[in-house]
Design a protein around this ligand. Structure first.
Ligand SMILES: *Cc1c(COP(=O)(O)O)cnc(C)c1O
Length: 368
């Protein structure tokens, strides 16, 4: 965005849209990039080869509008039917279609007050009424707070940016109390230590589980996400998609994603490496006085009682380390730090060891 606020050329309401602001993607090299929860490891080599093999004369043809082969691979992976899978251009698109196709009702939808900041954006775009349900003082979701009439529920599990996961027993309780509305579980980070709700799909017609290849499959640049659920929910998403863009996944994305889903050995290896570094980083930060929430994701949410988060972010940026900060009530004293490679995590700790003693705790914005 460039500061332009309105124009008579714009359709009604465009000047009122509050768009999502993604984390910084630096245009120069040499950064330790711990700000957008990408995977620090490369994608599966087999997936990269499949993408290269797809660069051929067939690119003159449209891709399969239904992504039949990829849907089949995902269905097989989860033991579901192909009619229980919906594909999209990143899970953001899948979620956007789900908001439009499943969440616009008379009653407001519910999601946590501290959660993925794209949810209010889709509500604004589609005119969906919402109520933000406060997390507990410990930043946890209490499912009892979701036992009120609603037009649908959206819950990331693990939650973002806290990283805290709900156990399956509590998701089941949530679903049992909300059989009359759609419950969307956004499992962008589930592979880093949480229990997936996919196994509840046979029991709940109202459950939609959304996954992405951007985090645990190291393919944020390919833009592939998918939803799993009862065919009655999938049909609504398909109708929205085919009213918007029949070919959201290009040939290269379809080819690469299929192999990435099949290459489980590599997937296990990189998710385990991230979990290992996350636990190491949490311990090291504790030694420096940081208080970190228990994370089941590929990032941590942490605060230092003596140093402002905004100040630390600026000092780290000076050292070419990018982390994320949200200037929002309740969480503006926290930093969200994506888990990098082990050497990147070590570089972060070394930088903080240097910064903290110099950082003016009483006037944290002061430069050091
Ligand atoms: C990263 C993320 C997504 C979206 O990922 P895509 O890259 O669009 O697939 C969705 N939900 C949450 C909570 C995320 O953090």
């Amino acid at each position: 965005m460039n500061g332009i606020k309105t124009s008579p050329f714009w359709s009604t309401g465009i000047d009122q849209l509050k768009a999502y602001v993604p984390g910084e993607q630096p245009q120069t090299d040499g950064w330790v990039k711990l700000n957008t929860n990408e995977c620090p490891y490369p994608p599966s080599l087999r997936a990269l080869q499949a993408i290269r093999d797809g660069v051929n004369e067939k690119l003159r043809l449209y891709p399969d509008p239904n992504g039949t082969a990829l849907k089949g691979a995902i269905a097989t992976h989860f033991g579901l039917g192909a009619d229980q899978v919906f594909l999209g251009n990143g899970s953001d698109e899948v979620l956007g279609h789900a908001f439009m196709g499943l969440l616009k009702h008379a009653l407001p939808i519910l999601y946590p007050d501290i959660s993925y900041s794209f949810y209010p954006v889709w509500c604004g775009l589609y005119g969906i009424d919402y109520t933000q349900v406060p997390l507990t003082a410990g930043f946890e979701v209490d499912v009892a707070d979701y036992k009120v009439p609603n037009g649908g529920i959206v819950l990331p599990n693990p939650n973002a940016p806290t990283g805290i996961a709900l156990p399956l027993s509590q998701l089941r309780e949530l679903l049992e109390h909300n059989r009359g509305s759609v419950v969307i579980i956004d499992e962008a980070y589930v592979d880093f230590g949480a229990e997936s709700a996919v196994k509840l799909i046979p029991d709940f017609e109202n459950l939609l589980v959304v996954h992405t290849l951007s985090k645990s499959r190291a393919l944020a640049g390919l833009r592939v996400g998918y939803a799993l659920g009862h065919p009655v929910l999938i049909e609504a998403l398909a109708r929205v998609k085919d009213s918007f863009n029949s070919y959201p996944l290009d040939r290269l994305a379809l080819a690469g994603a299929q192999v990435a889903i099949e290459d489980n050995t590599y997937f296990e290896k990189i998710t385990q490496a991230v979990i290992h570094s996350r636990d190491w980083l949490t311990t090291e930060l504790a030694r420096l006085g940081f208080e970190t929430l228990p994370s089941s994701a590929n990032f941590i949410f942490t605060r230092h009682p003596l140093h402002s988060a905004a100040g630390l972010l600026a000092r780290l940026r000076d050292k070419k380390i990018l982390v994320r900060y949200f200037a929002k009530p309740r969480i503006d004293d926290h930093l969200r730090i994506s888990i990098g490679t082990q050497p990147e995590c070590e570089a972060l700790v070394a930088a903080l060891q240097h910064i903290l003693p110099l950082h003016n705790a009483t006037n944290p914005e002061a430069s050091v």
